[in-house]
Design a protein around this ligand. Structure first.
Ligand code: SF4
Length: 360
């Protein structure tokens, strides 16, 4: 890109960002630790959702040292509902490494940053540029879209080679000072003006006059993205097993999807009532009543769970059923239940409230 155009984009974007940047909790006091945690939370998650989570997280773990010592159950509870739980586990693992091997300081060197669990090219670029002013690009989905449109580039951004070339273009575009602000301005433009899925708001854009995508009338069809793989559909039966004012939950395995979180007992496939009764006997539940519960769907990145449920009131059970029984307070305060099961827990909560109301 020619020098004059580059300078124009730098000046216009920085001035636009300076005047109108959104006020976000991690932007006042952008310490390396706060930038890092916020960037991890923002992966795959909307800004409005992250705000509350970020503030609660900072209250519980205000420093790298506090994060390194945070009990796993508390960490999962703080992350509950954000999804992609490996992000939280990696944050803690990285905090331990920073304490033990990095002299207790989040580094500003992108190569050191990239060695930490959960930190890739984007996050390392964001931390180094925003918190330390290092002149490196930070290219997320927003920036990929803005640059593709600015340059009217029709290459597939799902291709790693194309992504690397866009990182090179951003590096060339970066000013010598205010690098962090410039990277954030590009992301902000993508999040608020050069928006995805349909029409960008070009009339509000500070770089409209030099944007090739806009000038050529092709901004709306950019960027080009290779078609995504179809998600795998999995059917499940959820057991809402209640005994007095408690519900049965169990811990998921320590590896794989939603590892180590708590779930309602469930089985593959949509079971009939007869199959449910067989399962209950296997678990040591000897007498119970069974009713149809609600159904639900949960979408992960590569799979979808299509779920039905049964509400089972336990009357008699053996002493070693493979679950624990937790009441509403326990569930709220002590156990991290992933969003996939939340609607079923809520269904149970509601049923309990109805029973209590009918007894008044
Ligand atoms: Fe995006 Fe339109 Fe601005 Fe170009 S002019 S960067 S397409 S918002």
């Amino acid at each position: 890109m020619e020098l004059k155009k580059r300078e124009f984009i730098q000046i216009e974007l920085l001035s636009w960002y300076d005047k109108g940047a959104r006020i976000l909790p991690w932007r006042d006091n952008p310490s390396p630790y706060r930038v890092w945690v916020s960037e991890i939370m923002l992966q795959q998650t909307r800004v409005d959702t992250v705000k509350g989570y970020f503030e609660r997280f900072m209250a519980a773990a205000p420093t790298v040292s506090a994060l390194a010592q945070l009990p796993d159950e508390q960490l999962m509870k703080l992350w509950e509902g954000l999804g992609y739980y490996s992000r939280a586990r990696n944050l803690k693992k990285a905090a331990v490494i920073i304490m033990d091997e990095y002299n207790r300081v989040v580094p500003g060197d992108i190569e050191l940053l990239k060695k930490l669990p959960g930190i890739g090219p984007y996050t390392s670029g964001a931390v180094a540029s925003i918190a330390y002013g290092v002149r490196v690009p930070a290219v997320d989905g927003n920036v990929l879209r803005v640059i593709s449109r600015l340059l009217a580039a029709g290459d597939d951004i799902a291709d790693p080679k194309v992504k690397r070339s866009i990182e090179d273009q951003v590096l060339e575009l970066l000013p010598d000072r205010a690098v962090g602000a410039f990277n954030q301005a590009l992301m902000e433009l993508g999040a608020t003006v050069c928006i995805p899925n349909g029409a960008p708001k070009c009339q509000e854009c500070p770089v409209q006059s030099v944007c090739e995508g806009h000038l050529q009338g092709i901004a709306e069809v950019l960027p080009v993205k290779g078609s995504k793989k179809e998600r795998r559909i999995e059917h499940k039966t959820i057991f809402i097993l209640q005994a007095q004012d408690c519900i049965a939950i169990r811990k998921r395995q320590s590896k794989g999807l939603l590892a180590g979180l708590w779930e309602l007992p469930n089985e593959e496939g949509w079971l009939t009532k007869r199959e449910v009764m067989d399962k209950l006997r296997e678990w040591g539940i000897e007498d119970s009543t069974i009713h149809d519960g609600r159904s639900g769907k949960h979408i992960f990145s590569h799979r979808e769970w299509h779920m039905i449920s049964y509400v089972i009131t336990i009357k008699k059970m053996s002493s070693n059923i493979p679950f624990i029984l937790a009441d509403q307070t326990d569930i709220r305060e002590n156990y991290s239940i992933p969003t996939a099961f939340k609607a079923f827990v809520e269904f149970w909560n509601q049923a309990l409230m109805n029973v209590e109301a009918s007894l008044l």
